[in-house]
Design a protein around this ligand. Structure first.
Ligand code: IPE
Ligand code: MG
Length: 236
C-alpha cells in the first residue's frame, strides 16, 4: 500500500539532531544503558534515508560530545564500539545512495579503530553528491571555535581580514550551511555545546520522545512544525 505523505511546503536544508534518551529508554526496561545505545543506532540509517527522501541536504548527528568523556569508561568504550560497528555496517549502504559522510570534531582523541572506520567512511564517500551526513563524534562547540582561532592565528591571517564568512571556513563545518532545524529528543531543552556558531538562527524542535522510539512520523512532525514557523532572521 502506498503511504500518503503529508505535503510540507518549506523544508529545511540542514537538520541537526541531538539524539537523547537512550539511557532512560534502557532503564525503563530494566536493561543496561548500552542496550539503549544499541537500540538508538538501530533505526539511524532508515531515518537518514528518510530525510534524504524528504530532500534535506545536510544532516548532522551529535554522537559523542567532548563532555561525554565524563561517563563511566565501560559506557564510553561500549558506545564507541557500537558506533564503529554501525559505521561498518551502514556506510556501504549509504554510499549506494550517494550520501557523503563527514566527521566533525577532534578525531585524533578517539580510539584508533574508530578513527580508522570514520576515515574509511569519509574516503569511500568523498565523491558523493547527495546528502551530506556529518558525524559529530568527540565534538564540542567551544573547542570548535578555539580550534578555528588557533588555525587562523597559525596561518598569520591579518585581523582586518577576519569576518564571519572567513571564520566559518575555519570551523569543522566549513562548506556546510548553517543549521535550519535542530531536533532534540528525550525531553531535554538544551543545546549542550552543539554547533554554537551554526545555530544562531536555527529553529528548535524539542520532543519528549526518547531517541530509540523516534520514528519517521516524528521526523514529519518536526518538519511540519518547521514549515509553520516564520523565519525573519531578526528583520521585520
Ligand atoms: C544520548 O542518550 C546518547 C548519547 C549521548 C550518545 P543518553 O545516554 O544521554 O540517554 P539519557 O539522557 O541518559 O536517557
Ligand atoms: Mg542524555
Amino acid at each position: 500500500m502506498k503511504s500518503v505523505k503529508p505535503q510540507i511546503k518549506r523544508l529545511p536544508v540542514h537538520v541537526a539532531i541531538v539524539p537523547d534518551g537512550n539511557g532512560r529508554w534502557a532503564e525503563k526496561r530494566g536493561l543496561p544503558r548500552l542496550a539503549g545505545h544499541r537500540a538508538g543506532v538501530k533505526q539511524m540509517r532508515s531515518l537518514i534515508e528518510y530525510l534524504d527522501k524528504r530532500q534535506v541536504k545536510y544532516v548532522t548527528l551529535y554522537g559523542f560530545s567532548t563532555e561525554n568523556w565524563g561517563r563511566p569508561k565501560e559506557e564510553v568504550e561500549g558506545l564507541f564500539r557500537i558506533l564503529m560497528e554501525k559505521i561498518k555496517q551502514d556506510v556501504p549502504k549509504l554510499h549506494r545512495k550517494n550520501i557523503r559522510v563527514r566527521h566533525l570534531g577532534r578525531i585524533g582523541e578517539l580510539p584508533d579503530w574508530l578513527q580508522d572506520s570514520i576515515r574509511r567512511a569519509e574516503e569511500l564517500t568523498r565523491g558523493n553528491t547527495g546528502l551530506t551526513l556529518s558525524l559529530a563524534f568527540n565534538y564540542g562547540g567551544h573547542i570548535e571555535i578555539v580550534d578555528a582561532v588557533r588555525r587562523i592565528i597559525a596561518e598569520g591571517i591579518p585581523p582586518e581580514k577576519i569576518d564571519e564568512k572567513l571564520f566559518s571556513k575555519y570551523l569543522y563545518t566549513a562548506g556546510i550551511p548553517d543549521v535550519d532545524l535542530l531536533i532534540r529528543t528525550g525531553d531535554e531543552w538544551r543545546l549542550s555545546n552543539f554547533l554554537l556558531w551554526q545555530t544562531a538562527y536555527s529553529e528548535y524542535y524539542f520532543t519528549g520522545v526518547l531517541w530509540p522510539d523516534f520514528t519517521k512520523e516524528d521526523i514529519d512532525k518536526a518538519l511540519i512544525a518547521y514549515s509553520q514557523r516564520e523565519r525573519r532572521f531578526g528583520a521585520l
